[in-house]
Design a protein around this ligand. Structure first.
Ligand code: FAD
Length: 400
């Protein structure tokens, strides 16, 4: 699948991994992880920490799937309002999903501290802005719902939005529990750490075409007919689950991102908050450590790469125009842009765990706008499943 086009900023900024290795002979391992993006890297982290021997394979150069295209805003807020999610999946499960996302940001922060890796992780607040009168109503209801369930949230009035952020909109929800990161750097740093400390092997350009399970083992075969035998396989294929999972569980969409030239710090907004809005299509905004502005959005409900790429210039114009409606005085000038595929499930939640048609496998499919927080949750849950810990209350199971 063609996952992205254009120049993803993180890849230019960091470059490709120097640890290139391709699988050239049959091997055995305890756990085989398919996918070397942020999900696969985090799964490897939790398993390696528990002395489980892991091998990762990827059909691309390592970590160069959707992970390089991400804007990497880390928010506990799922794309779907909590009050909507309650309607869809019930109060207990919806609130639990929100709370797990909240916790996952701290979990990621702890991993980064523990491994002592420098990956531009920054705690920043988040502003969810009402784009219009309907958006204001929605945010009022959302505010009450989140407050009732003990989630961190503040309501900002029109006046407060102007005085604190110089943004002229009706209202916003604010929380100080969000973060941003360089996901590609994070992914590479986790892989490098465990290569050095845990004997993790990562093979690029190794495409899994076939999987065969027996009673107590599972064997994956590559496009070059090389086999990898393991006790379990973890599938972390991002949006390319079609060769590994015998079920369609998401809709694919396209999204667009641009990055500005570095700005003068005085030209950025207060607290450098993450910003997103209730309008559809929406834009989402963050900054980078070198004071660039990264703006994404104007999603399209299809995946067709030709159609997606043909829209890139128009989307850049749309995104810049919407950005300037928020910040009319901004001197923003574009430096890089790209577009990418992303997947969405019906209820906005990921799919994590076993699937009845695929014995000896776990799936880590963190679809939706919160893909990275879902990756953290999936990785920790799969580690628990593998170690036989109690995960009975899996709200992200396939048969929910
Ligand atoms: C433009 C954009 C903006 C985004 N912004 C955010 C954001 O702000 N916050 C957020 O949380 N999330 C965001 N996301 C989503 C997030 O980036 C993804 O959820 C996350 O990167 C997925 O990571 P992954 O490891 O699951 O997938 P990937 O990074 O795609 O890794 C999966 C890997 O599996 C490999 N693979 C697949 N099938 C096989 C096979 N059969 N054999 C071998 N290898 C295989 C692929 O080559 C790929 O490298 C965004 C996504 C996009 C595209």
């Amino acid at each position: 699948m063609d996952l992205k086009s254009g120049l993803p900023f993180w890849l230019i900024k960091n470059g490709l991994s120097e640890n290139y290795k391709r699988l050239e002979k049959d091997i055995e391992t305890e756990v085989l992880i398919i996918g070397s993006g942020i999900t696969g890297a985090l799964v490897a982290h939790f398993l390696c920490e528990n002395n489980v021997k892991c091998v990762i394979v990827d059909r691309r150069m390592e970590s160069t799937g959707s992970t390089t295209a991400s804007t990497a805003q880390l928010q506990y807020e799922i794309d779907i309002f909590l009050y909507d999610l309650i309607e869809k999946v019930g109060e207990k499960e919806a609130v639990k999903a929100y709370k797990m996302c909240l916790e996952s940001i701290s979990t990621l922060e702890k991993i980064i501290k523990k491994l002592k890796i420098k990956v531009d992780f920054q705690r920043v607040p988040s502003l969810y802005i009402a784009s219009d009168a309907k958006g204001k109503k929605d945010l009022e209801l959302e505010f009450e719902t989140r407050k009732k369930h003990g989630l961190p949230v503040e309501y900002l009035s029109e006046k407060e939005l102007v005085s604190k952020y110089d943004i002229k909109r009706k209202a916003a929800l604010y929380n100080n529990e969000s973060a941003q990161v360089d996901t590609y750097k994070l992914c590479q740093a986790i892989l490098d750490y465990h290569r050095e400390h845990s004997g993790l092997d990562v093979y690029s350009h190794t495409d899994i075409k076939k999987i065969k399970s027996t009673k107590d083992s599972i064997t994956a075969t590559t496009d070059k007919k090389i086999s990898i035998k393991a006790k379990k396989i973890v599938a972390a294929p991002g949006f390319e689950s079609e060769t590994l999972l015998d079920e369609k569980v998401m809709q694919l969409h396209s999204t667009y991102v641009l990055v500005s030239q570095p700005m003068h710090p005085d030209d950025l907004w207060n607290e450098k908050c993450l910003i997103w809005e209730t309008a559809r299509p929406y834009i989402y905004i963050r900054t980078t450590v070198d004071n660039r502005i990264m703006v994404g959005g104007f999603d399209e409900p299809f995946q067709n790469p030709k159609k997606r790429d043909a829209l890139m210039d128009k989307k850049n114009e749309d995104i810049l125009k919407r950005f300037k409606e928020f910040f009319p005085k901004s001197k923003i000038e574009m430096d890089f842009y790209w577009c990418g595929t992303f997947g969405e499930t019906k209820d906005g939640l990921p799919f994590i765990g076993e699937h009845k048609k695929h014995p000896n496998m776990y799936f880590a499919l963190g679809y939706g706008g919160n893909g990275i927080t879902f990756s953290v949750i999936a990785a920790e849950m799969i580690k628990d499943m593998y170690l036989g810990k109690n995960t009975d209350e899996n709200i992200f199971r396939f048969d929910r």
